[in-house]
Ligand binder design. Structure first.
Ligand SMILES: Cc1cc2nc3c(=O)[nH]c(=O)nc-3n(C[C@H](O)[C@H](O)[C@H](O)COP(=O)(O)OP(=O)(O)OC[C@H]3O[C@@H](n4cnc5c(N)ncnc54)[C@H](O)[C@@H]3O)c2cc1C
Length: 394
């Protein structure tokens, strides 16, 4: 074979995945520039104080909060992949709490308003949320019920034309800063899954109490609230979607939340991998770079293979989602797999850093702490496996 015929592996080539177009690449480039220039430099400060509300305003101005949202409400009208690109690029801020606070706005609280809300609700809440002028949160979890959504106790009782809401929600991201909450409440406690309804509740109503700012293992840049609702009176127009269909509405919402979460896990794992690769090429022990020890080289090979597998699951599942399928099994698989491997990768990266991995100044331990949430939030590993198992009729 002549030399010219030798096909060499193109390890260094940036490969475009088939779901992305040149427009997606340009969007990726512009989000990355923004994240690295305007967000990443503040990551350490925001770990201490949480990120400021002005991030929403700025990202709203730039159009980043409505990439895949309808133009009628100020969005960019892009496809689902544009939201995926945002979730991936937010990893470059190295600030998991920030990425989560933004994802709650764009991919957790906003989708049910746009999918099930009235025109009035969309104008009042979705449009200003896309513009970054109003901040949203989502309230499912309660002190006595998380995985078991049907076990929630928050009640909304009809009183004339109004509803009176009583109950408590916990671990609510954006809960301290939010202007409104998409709230899951029981309207008929005897009706099981059919007795749950969503409400869109302004947070400045009398009886809404932001009880406690919760301290946590990671995601320090986000605010996490314990909320109480004491005789909160809302008009019937606060019902979001259909009465008694809240369980199904929120089950639908969770699919988008899980897929975006999985994309964030892959990006977070890639980010900590890249930093660690650089370290392994520079750090020397016993006279050579540690990355050249076979055992370390194999750690990178294992990590890269896991990340790539998770990435392909996320992209293929996103392709199904974008093309009108409702691939709950695949979303669940992508979520549990990406969450698990992201934690495994971050843990291995701490190991490769040695003592430096344990020190705050290298930021590797932050990646581990932040990524660890993903095995719990948006549905635990155990619940994900149960959903997958049940999908086979078990
Ligand atoms: C930082 C952070 C931010 C969050 N943000 C929000 C938010 O914005 N909005 C919101 O509504 N929630 C939020 N959550 C809550 C999160 O979604 C829940 O913590 C999660 O769904 C698990 O619920 P739980 O904590 O009540 O655990 P539990 O449901 O009490 O579960 C405890 C353990 O039991 C296991 N378990 C439960 N049921 C089963 C079963 N059937 N089979 C096998 N094992 C089972 C679980 O897997 C877990 O290991 C957040 C949580 C955190 C930590």
């Amino acid at each position: 074979m002549a030399t010219a015929d030798v096909v060499k592996p193109d390890f260094a080539t940036e490969r475009k995945h088939f779901i992305f177009t040149d427009e997606h690449d340009q969007l990726r480039e512009s989000i990355r520039r923004f994240v690295i220039k305007e967000l990443a430099p503040h990551a350490d400060e925001w770990e201490e104080k949480t990120f400021p509300d002005s991030v929403f305003t700025r990202m709203g101005e730039l159009g980043f909060l409505g990439l895949d949202k309808p133009e009628a409400y100020g969005g960019q009208g892009g496809d689902y992949y544009t939201s995926l690109v945002l979730a991936e690029e937010m990893a470059h801020a190295h600030c998991g709490g920030l990425a989560m606070g933004i994802a709650v706005q764009t991919d957790m609280a906003m989708p049910p308003i746009l999918a099930f809300g009235t025109e009035e609700q969309k104008q009042e809440w979705a449009a200003p949320a896309i513009a970054g002028q109003k901040i949203l949160s989502l309230g499912i979890t309660e002190p006595d019920a998380g995985s078991d959504v049907a076990g929630i106790k928050t009640r909304a009782v009809k009183d004339g034309d109004d509803y009176i809401i009583n109950g408590s929600k916990t671990y609510i991201t954006n809960g301290h800063r939010a202007h409104a909450i998409v709230l899951v409440a029981k309207t008929d406690p005897d009706a099981g899954h059919g007795g749950i309804t969503l409400f869109l509740v302004p947070m400045d109503l009398p009886g809404v109490i932001r009880e406690k700012r919760l301290k946590k293992l990671g995601m320090h840049a986000s605010d996490t609230a314990l909320l109480a609702f004491q005789d909160v009176r809302v008009p019937a127009s606060a019902v979001l979607g259909q009465i008694g269909k809240g369980f199904y509405h929120i089950s639908w919402e969770l699919q988008g939340e899980r897929l975006i979460g999985a994309a964030g896990c892959v990006a977070g794992a890639q980010h900590v991998f890249d930093r660690t690769l650089q370290y392994a090429k520079e750090r020397k022990a016993f006279g050579r770079e540690i990355g050249h020890f076979q055992v370390i080289r194999h750690k990178f090979a294992e990590m890269a293979t896991k990340i790539e597998t998770a990435r392909q699951m996320v992209y293929t599942t996103a392709w199904r989602f974008q093309n009108g399928e409702y691939p709950v099994r695949e979303i669940t698989m992508a979520k549990v797999y990406a969450a698990r491997i992201s934690v495994e990768v971050a843990d291995e990266c701490i190991q490769i850093h040695g003592g430096a991995g344990y020190m705050q100044e290298y930021g590797i331990e932050r990646s581990w702490r932040d990524l660890r949430l993903n095995r719990i939030g948006a549905g635990t590993d155990e619940i994900m496996l149960d959903v997958i198992g049940r999908s086979y009729g078990l």
